[in-house]
Each structure stands twice: as C-alpha cells, then as structure tokens.
Design a protein. Structure first.
Length: 423
C-alpha cells in the first residue's frame, strides 16, 4: 500500500517563500485524505504557521539541504494531527521535494508527490526528483511529438496523465481522440447512445455504431486504430452524477468537461477542484437569428470558450463561471434529469454544430495542456474564440492578468483538496 501527496505548485512556491523568510518557524500543510485500493492519497489544502486546526490533519513542512533521516514517532501516531513531513530542498538540493508519512509510529517515504501545475511533475518521495526517463519514446510513434514538445521527458510527463472526458459527443469525441493519440490513458463518461445525427460531427464514429453506448463506441474505435501503447480506456455509460462515474473521475489527473448542461459542468469542476485535478472546460456554440440580416444568410454568432483551470489558481466559478449557476445547483440537488435538448433556453436557440468549430476548440484545449506540461503556460487560462460576420476569427483572453477570488471569497476554491467532503 503506497502513500501519495497531491499538491498545487502554488502551495509549493508559498512554502519555499515562507521557509526562506521564516527559517525558525514551523509550517504546516493541512491535508485531506482519500483511501483507495492502492493506498492513501493526501490532498494538500492550505499552508499555515503552527499546527493544524482542530479536526484537521497536516504535514510538517521543513527546509533541508539533504534528505532528513527517517525518525519514528509516537506509536499512536494515527491519532495525532501531524501525519507526515514534507522537506523542501535548499542550497545544493534546491528543486527537490522529499516526503515521509507516519503510520503507527513508523516513518516511511511517500511513493510520490504530484505537483499539479507547470511541468506536471511527479516526484519520487524518497529521492526528491522526478524520475522521468531520458530514453527515447518507445518506437517511432511519438518521436516527432516528443521532438516538438522539447524532448522525451516532456512527452513522458504528458503521456503518463489520465484524463477523464465527461461527454464524448461532438466535441468530447475529438478531445478523446487527440488525448489518446498523445499517449494518455482515458476515462470516458457519457449516458447517451449513438444516434444518426451524431455521426457527421463526432470523431471516429460510423454507421455501425448507431444504437451503441457512446462512450463504449468511441473507446472501441480508439483502441482499434491505436493499439499496443500501454494506455488504457475505462468507460461509464451514465451521467457524471452516477457513483461509478464519480469514483473514476476523481482518480484522474485531468478532468475534461465537454458537456451541454451547466449541472454536469459544475459537478465536473467541483470534482476537479476537490481532488486537485486539472480542469479543461470546452464549449462551442452557433446561434442564428432568422429575423435579422439577409434572408439567405441570417445573422450569426459563432464561437467557443476553452478554460484550463489549475488547482490553486481559481476554479470553474471564478474563472468564467456558469450561464445558470442556480439552475445547475437545483438540478444537482433535486437530481432532476436535463432536458432532451440540453440546458436552458440557450441550448434551444442553438443552430446545430460544425465539426470545424469543435475541432478548433478541442485543438486549442490540447495546445494549452501541452504548453502547461512544457512550462510555457504557468496559470489558469480562459480563451474565447469568436467569428465575425465576415468569417474572421479572433481569440481573446477575458481574465488575462486578473487575480482570482481565492478561497476566502469563492465557495468552491474554499473546498479545494477536501475530496469527497466537498461534494
């Protein structure tokens, strides 16, 4: 049974800055805990001075020039609020992180420390470094991809991620295709079956898939064209609200929301925030007004929104929000079914779908992910794509340079790292 720590890069930076300023003070990283079949996952919540508050667990955070020796503690350590130690490298060891956890008085190293943010590093708790291989990618499949990303190490950091794609319809199937071909493992969640009107804009699907569960049909097609890569695909035929879906989604490194209703979008964002996962939210829309413009060419509004949200740098609510937050909350609370046409009046006004727009939005989302892993993106990004009446495309960034609400004023950020308790 292994212990892992998941921590946003913003908390690591805060710890480094605080330890340099207050070398004689004790820092405590408050953590949540999630038990899995493979061991315990500790979710970093907040960093403070002194011990954790009553009812919370924490890791001591110390500065070290070399890995501190393992030391035993009180044999009733499981009753103590301090459950581990995070050592931040200093001097010649700057850039390293070591982690130990106490279990009934016996100290042992963390299996790994996942630092969520630029680089997406997964550090070995005993050595303090990311043991990513410098060897070439297996075979020639990803050699050009690795070269474009800057080398095999960047590609390996990207390909070892697991992405949960919520909604594998017109946009979600494109996202699944792009991510799986990069080498990522997938979790696919969708309650629908393939219908004839899905075939034109969805990636991969064909006539033989009509009537099959959408997630399973997409998975079968992907595995038939990309095989023997070591990547896995798990499917859930159901809504994200279903316990089986939540169980798989909360284990992912990346949650991709490509849904058409705000209730599912809110729950996907909540799971990502609560379990310190990256969130990519993708939405596209085409709206026509037959009453304005020329009869043959009605006035059109067309565009896409792509949000990459990093734990510790906002959430889906303070990085753009939702069209109908209250309606989403009521739907989740009352467990009501979304309407057949999607979410609220906005969905009913939509004028179909274009694969060209869906693929543009999905490609932009994956590009942001690639740049995050190669450290070119270092914070949450909201990109808004719009098309003018003359067909000219533009990309704007509505919140560029703006600070987020933060845990003190954002109801969802305040639950970051709380795991199931946040739900």
């Amino acid at each position: 049974m292994a212990d892992r720590l998941v921590i946003p890069v913003s908390l690591v930076a805060q710890a480094i800055e605080s330890l340099r300023a207050w070398r004689t003070r004790t820092l405590t990283l408050t953590v949540g805990r999630r038990d899995t079949a493979h061991g315990r996952i500790w979710l970093a919540q907040s960093l403070g001075v002194g011990g954790p508050e009553r009812g919370f667990r924490g890791f001591d955070v110390v500065s070290a020039r070399a890995r501190p020796p393992l030391t035993s503690r009180d044999p009733f350590e499981n009753l103590h609020p301090i459950v581990g130690r995070l050592s931040v490298g200093d001097g010649p060891s700057r850039g390293r992180l070591w982690g130990d956890v106490f279990d009934f008085g016996v100290a042992g190293p963390l299996a790994d420390i996942t630092v969520v943010g630029p680089g997406m590093h997964r550090i070995d708790g005993a050595s303090g470094i990311d043991p990513e291989s410098s060897a070439d990618p297996e075979g020639d499949r990803w050699s050009r991809t690795a070269a474009a990303l800057g080398g095999p190490r960047a590609w390996r950091r990207l390909s070892r991620l697991t992405a949960a794609v919520i909604g594998v319809g017109r946009t979600g199937s494109v996202m699944a295709d792009l991510l799986y071909r990069l080498g990522l493992s997938l979790v696919l969640v969708d309650a629908d079956v393939v219908e004839p009107h899905n075939l034109a804009e969805s990636a991969l699907l064909g006539d033989a898939d009509v009537g099959l569960p959408k997630a399973m049909a997409v998975a079968a097609r992907l595995q038939s064209v990309v095989s023997d890569t070591g990547s896995t695909i798990e499917c859930v035929q159901g809504r994200i609200q279903d316990p089986a879906a939540i169980e798989l989604v909360r284990q992912a490194d990346l949650v991709v929301s490509s849904v058409d209703n705000d209730a599912a979008r809110l729950l996907a964002g909540t799971i990502a925030c609560a379990h310190l996962a990256l969130l990519i939210d993708v939405g596209t829309g085409i709206f026509l007004d037959e009453r304005r413009g020329q009869a043959a060419f009605p006035e059109r509004r067309m565009g896409a929104d792509v949000r990459l949200v990093l734990p510790g740098d906002g959430c889906i609510l303070c990085r753009g929000g939702l069209t109908d937050f209250q309606g989403a909350v009521e739907q989740l609370t009352w467990r009501s079914e979304p309407s057949a046409s999607g979410d609220t009046t906005q969905a009913r006004k939509r004028a179909g779908s274009l694969r060209s727009l869906n693929e543009m939005a999905a490609a932009l989302a994956v590009r942001l992910l690639e740049d995050l892993v190669t450290r070119r993106v270092d914070r949450s990004v909201w990109a808004h794509v719009a098309f003018a009446e003359d067909g000219a495309a533009s990309v704007s960034y509505p919140l560029a340079g703006e600070s987020v609400a933060g845990p003190r004023s954002c109801r969802l950020c305040a639950r970051a790292g709380f795991g199931e308790q946040a739900l």
